[in-house]
Write a protein that binds this ligand. Structure first.
Ligand SMILES: Cc1cc2nc3c(=O)[nH]c(=O)nc-3n(C[C@H](O)[C@H](O)[C@H](O)COP(=O)(O)O)c2cc1C
Length: 339
């Protein structure tokens, strides 16, 4: 297995076996409560929580976040998650496509994801720091032609790179490269973090570059400083950064003040009630990584299907109990802050 494959394998193993969830800082969902309506004036089975994302109708607005890839077990996990996503009509994001750069066999194998995700949006994933260095313009063209994803998520992960032993910290010029990418693939670029959050200032810069979708990937769920740190022997210098980042709810609140930007909420979303709060705060979609991986690790395919069914049921219950017959009616006015 090459260096990238080994690293991706470590990420999955460490995420599942080490204490890498935030322990002091939270995503902030406990600071919000829905205002209960004792008179929903709705039948539960009238409730519609479907939504449109990249032209596909999803049963509810959820995205299985980018994870894994580049090693054997990772591909199996990805493929299984993609099948389940298509069955449950939620969107699916692949993990980083970087392992495909030097591996034509893997590139050929990845073509099958488009067939698996026939009824749902398929999202590719690359690191912004690698743009136009490891990923040349022509390679990106051939990658997009081969995989035919509906969108490409570009991750900003300075915290992860600065802790990672072999991290790439050459972030000067990243914004300019994102702008170039938006010109290369108009309407197809999503920019995401990996658990340290995108706040208003960064989101405004991204919007000015033409980015239409931002996945805030805020703090409170998986700590990538901790994940990378557990790959080292000496972790002393990393420990103060384990809780670094903007909590997910703060990211959504800040970014939703910007006009004409679409938000995906992720980072510590554990259930459909968290997801509903994220939607009411201004996100169009919610997304989880670790909880999906954990469900798969503990109970296989059935575990992931149950996790997704529970998310949808919990979201529908929130709509019912706040007297909202669809997602448009689930607004911030139905939430109360509890400090
Ligand atoms: C095992 C694992 C692998 C991941 N790999 C990627 C990746 O390749 N690219 C990426 O953008 N994010 C990656 N992430 C980050 C997630 O997409 C997500 O932004 C982050 O984990 C926060 O969500 P969570 O709190 O639900 O885990 C990975 C997460 C996990 C748990």
């Amino acid at each position: 297995m090459d260096g990238i494959g080994k690293r991706k394998k470590d990420h999955v193993e460490i995420s599942l076996t080490r204490p890498v969830r935030f322990s002091n800082k939270t995503s902030g969902f406990e600071k919000w409560d829905f205002i209960h309506s004792a008179l929903p004036e709705l039948d539960f089975d009238q409730i519609d929580c479907s939504s449109i994302f990249y032209g596909y109708r999803l049963d509810f607005p959820f995205l299985i976040a980018s994870m894994t890839g580049g090693f054997k077990h990772g591909e199996t996990v990805n493929r299984t998650l993609a099948h389940i996503a298509n069955k449950k009509k939620v969107a699916f994001a692949l993990g980083s496509l970087r392992p495909l750069i030097s591996n034509n066999d893997l590139l050929r194998e990845y073509k099958s994801f488009r067939k698996i995700c026939s009824d749902i949006p398929l999202i590719g994933n690359i690191g912004a720091v690698n743009l136009y260095r490891e990923f040349s313009e022509s390679f990106l063209d051939s990658l997009m032609n081969a995989l035919q994803p509906d969108a490409l998520a570009v991750h900003l992960n300075p915290l992860q790179e600065v802790i990672q032993p072999e991290g790439d910290t050459k972030f000067k010029g990243v914004l300019r490269n994102v702008e170039k990418l938006v010109r290369q693939f108009p309407g197809k670029i999503i920019v995401k973090e990996t658990g340290a959050g995108i706040g208003k200032t960064v989101a405004q810069k991204l919007k000015a570059c033409g980015v239409q979708w931002v996945d805030v990937a805020g703090a409170g769920g998986t700590s990538w400083a901790a994940v990378e740190s557990f790959r080292k022997n000496d972790r002393q210098a990393d420990i103060p950064f384990y809780e670094w980042g903007i909590p997910t709810c703060e990211c959504i609140e800040q970014c939703s003040e910007i006009e004409d930007i679409n938000l995906i909420a992720s980072g510590g979303i554990e259930n459909g009630l968290d997801g509903a709060k994220a939607l009411a705060l201004g996100a169009q979609l919610f997304s989880s990584a670790f909880p999906v991986l954990k469900a798969f690790d503990e109970k296989g395919e059935n575990g992931v299907e149950s996790f997704l069914s529970d998310l949808q049921l919990q979201l529908r219950r929130v709509l019912f109990l706040t007297s909202s017959k669809n997602l448009a009616e689930l607004t911030k006015a139905k939430l109360k802050r509890i400090d």
